[in-house]
Design a protein around this ligand. Structure first.
Ligand SMILES: NC(=O)c1ccc[n+]([C@@H]2O[C@H](COP(=O)([O-])OP(=O)(O)OC[C@H]3O[C@@H](n4cnc5c(N)ncnc54)[C@H](OP(=O)(O)O)[C@@H]3O)[C@@H](O)[C@H]2O)c1
Length: 316
């Protein structure tokens, strides 16, 4: 097989770094990366010049502006502007450079707020979106729309993948802005170091969520590229395992080795009782995630300790 020239946009992030780990020593791929200092993806001229020069066979867009609810609300203008600009630049300049195969990463917030569970791809655009991250969701829906239109008009194979909630190495462990798993790993670790008696978790602990290790997502994306999977409909990629917030907290508590108590602050909101993707399309293609939640969290916690990530970002 001819070596595929693969450009990973956003290789320093959670998803991009998992893609890089998976491909860097794979002889089927010649991987291209650029740091933000080398190539600002907000700059359309620079992206055009880069794409014309490198002319990759395949592009995966793992670059964008990502964050939790607070960041999405505080910086809603930046979220929509940066995501739209980065994806527009990359999708359009890929087309102009003749890149036939591209993966755009969507998000489960593209689904309607009151979507039936598990969320099936056919439910997209059937209802109103959640308000808290509306600008981000609209950018993601636009990216999918652009891939679909470029497939139709220019005969490209630009697919949109919708991952479940992700966690992994190079995640955001910042106290104000992290997602649930890195946030909990950090809080339990700090509680252990400070010998606290308890850790408070928001809500009743009953809501159930689905999480996917970034390395499993990387495996799925390369699986789809290698299969030459072709569809203008997005495809969900999840672990197929849902876990309650209390089970998640217990798992992290045990892995981190915090021996105090878990307190559930039931005055805080719970959110939706269940959120998970319908993974039947990936199952039909005979792909499934390989890492259990406990194994994944163990790996991430070891990485946190080895990379001294908690020392780089100040405590709460
Ligand atoms: N995290 C999740 O749970 C999740 C779930 C579903 C979908 N996704 C999607 O997956 C994709 C990747 O998410 P992630 O969590 O891996 O994000 P991330 O960790 O924040 O990484 C984002 C990447 O984009 C790069 N980037 C941002 N702006 C740039 C610019 N102007 N020029 C060059 N590079 C730029 C960042 O570079 P720097 O290192 O320089 O900042 C970083 O490499 C996003 O599209 C996201 O919507 C994520």
């Amino acid at each position: 097989m001819k070596r595929q020239v693969l450009y990973i946009a956003g290789h320093t992030g959670l998803v991009g770094s998992a893609l890089l780990r998976r491909t860097i020593r794979d002889e089927n791929y010649a991987v291209i990366t650029r740091t933000r200092a080398e190539l600002d993806l907000m700059n359309s001229d620079s992206v055009a010049e880069f794409m014309q020069q490198e002319s990759p066979d395949r592009v995966i867009i793992a670059a964008g502006r990502v964050g939790g609810i607070l960041a999405n609300q505080t910086y809603c203008g930046e979220f929509i502007h940066q995501n739209l600009t980065i994806q527009n630049n990359l999708i359009h300049q890929s087309m102009k450079a003749g890149v036939k195969s591209l993966v755009f990463l969507g998000s489960s917030c593209m689904y309607p707020k009151h979507c039936p569970q598990p969320m099936s791809e056919s439910a997209l655009l059937t209802g109103l979106l959640e308000e808290t991250n509306l600008p981000y969701a609209i950018a993601k829906i636009s990216g999918w729309g652009m891939c679909q239109a470029y497939n139709q008009q220019y005969g490209m194979n630009y697919m949109t993948a919708i991952p479940a909630n992700l966690y992994g190495r190079n995640d955001n462990f910042h106290p104000q802005d992290s997602h649930v798993i890195p946030g909990m790993i950090r809080r339990f670790h700090e509680a252990k170091i400070q010998q606290l008696k308890e850790v408070v978790v928001w809500g009743t602990g009953k809501p159930k969520r689905e999480f996917l290790l970034s390395d499993d997502l990387a495996d799925a994306l390369l699986f789809l590229l290698e299969k030459n999977y072709h569809s203008s409909q997005p495809i969900n990629i999840g672990s197929g395992q849902e876990v309650s917030i209390s089970e998640l907290a217990e798992t992290i508590k045990e892995i981190v080795g915090f021996d105090g108590h878990l307190i559930f602050d039931t005055h805080k909101p719970d959110g939706m009782p269940l959120k998970r993707l319908d993974n039947s399309q990936m199952e039909k293609l005979a792909w499934s995630a390989k890492t259990s939640l406990a194994e994944g969290i163990q790996k991430v916690y070891e990485w946190c300790l080895n990379s001294k990530i908690f020392e780089k970002i100040p405590f709460y």
